[in-house]
Design a protein around this ligand. Structure first.
Ligand code: SF4
Ligand code: SF4
Length: 416
């Protein structure tokens, strides 16, 4: 049972300062330690799953898992939270906004037309983006569009880099199957194209996998367990048709979810060896070098998505991707380890706390002179992009592979 992962907790409190909700509210029951006490009470049957004393504080948990890497006892918080939410969903209706979003994302026939409408609305969203509730939602949509950071004069012309061979390796190209997802496929297709181009430039052979769909993360985190299981089975069946290919993911939340499929589908032989096949795009590129591109003289702040840094424990690979771009200057910021407040449907269900959490991040980013912010998850791109816009900063937020892609195009490896 997933609550067993909480057993090592000794209530030391080392995790408190890594918890974004505790940092904002200062309330012990909004901390990992407080929530673990609540979940243990649920597991023992001392608290009912519909008890507001429990649900109020678990609803306010981002599921960011920032409490896990700092825990000296090795508490496994994420699976316990998912189990608690499954029990809560069985006793209390999941909010309509979450059920609606989850249903849309799960159903391609509904998702496709809505994503097309959203893309058509982007120009208006840019115009409406601002600090109000509506302005913030518009800013989130506006942030999904392709953005090219302004470089210095002349940087737009293609120029040869240090390495202009078509591929670094003489070995047969390794097959890589891109996980397309739902929001990524609908609103971030430019990131998918950049991902495939940069993978091919680093010696991979990209493979299309029809029949795949949403990863089910939003469903699992909301307690919609059966829907999450159904989506996982669909994806496993699709990718098992190309068992020789690595499954490359460019959305941290999806990657973390895919790596959890063997736990979700426990006992299913179809997931044997599954997790070892799933890699973040930064891992795939870092494993291949990555090949250096042309100079891109920009100042970038990298903001690691929680589901990359905490859930998948991937810290160095995205930095290696950025280091392959000559003259790109990376500046660190003090809030990098903390969640931006996006967390799936959190900005819909807990808008005030989500914004309060985001404001810390935006203040940290706005204190530096940046040309661009890079982060590897669509929710983070939208949340940070909207937050910067609401605070009056027109700084593009992009995926790290978009910067590498631009650098490669300038080097003349391909045209993008
Ligand atoms: S989760 Fe870990 S760090 Fe937090 S109180 Fe428990 S043992 Fe300490
Ligand atoms: S998952 Fe994130 S918000 Fe929830 S208790 Fe852990 S650090 Fe806090």
């Amino acid at each position: 049972m997933s609550f067993a992962g909480l057993d090592p907790c000794v209530h030391c409190g080392f995790c408190l300062q890594s918890c974004p909700t505790f940092l904002v509210t200062g309330d012990e029951t909004d901390s990992p330690r407080g929530r673990i006490v609540l979940m243990r009470s649920l597991a023992r049957g001392d608290l009912d799953a519909a008890d507001p004393a429990l649900t109020f504080h678990l609803d306010r948990c981002l599921g960011c898992r920032g409490c896990e890497p700092v825990c000296p006892s090795g508490v496994s918080y994420g699976p316990a939270l998912e189990e608690a939410r499954r029990l809560i969903a069985a006793r209390r209706p999941v909010p309509f906004s979450v059920r609606f979003t989850a249903s849309v994302l799960a159903e391609p026939a509904v998702r496709g037309p809505l994503m097309t409408l959203a893309k058509l609305a982007r120009p208006f969203a840019r115009w409406l983006a601002g600090d109000s509730r509506v302005g913030f939602l518009a800013g989130m949509l506006a942030a999904t569009g392709p953005r090219r950071p302004q470089g210095p004069e002349g940087a737009q012309e293609p120029q040869r880099g240090e390495d202009d061979r078509p591929s670094r390796s003489a070995a047969p190209p390794a097959p890589a199957a891109l996980f397309r997802g739902c929001i990524m496929d609908g609103l971030f297709s430019h990131v998918h194209r950049a991902t495939e181009r940069t993978l091919r430039a680093n010696g991979y052979r990209t493979v299309d996998v029809p029949g795949q769909g949403c990863c089910g993360a939003l469903h699992a985190h909301a307690g919609l367990h059966d829907q999450a299981v159904a989506l996982a089975r669909t994806n496993v069946a699709a990718f098992n048709r190309v068992p020789e290919a690595a499954i490359v993911v460019n959305a941290a939340g999806c990657g973390a979810m895919l790596k959890e499929y063997p736990r979700l589908l426990a006992g299913d032989p179809a997931v044997k060896g599954w997790t070892a096949r799933v890699v973040d795009v930064s891992e795939a590129l870092a494993a291949a070098g990555p090949r250096r591109g042309a100079p891109l003289p920009l100042t970038v702040a990298y903001d690691p998505p929680c589901h990359l840094l905490h859930a998948q424990r991937i810290a160095d690979a995205p930095l290696k991707v950025l280091e392959a771009i000559p003259e790109l200057q990376h500046v660190a910021h003090g809030e990098a380890d903390l969640c931006c407040g996006s967390a799936g449907s959190y900005s819909l269900t807990e808008p005030a706390l989500s914004r309060a959490i985001l404001e810390r991040k935006v203040s940290a980013l706005a204190s530096g002179k940046l040309d661009v912010v890079a982060t590897g998850n669509p929710g983070c791109v939208m949340q940070i992009g909207a937050g910067l816009r609401a605070a009056g900063h027109d700084v593009p937020v992009v995926h790290p592979v978009e910067l590498l892609d631009r650098s490669y195009a300038l080097a003349g490896y391909y045209s993008a």
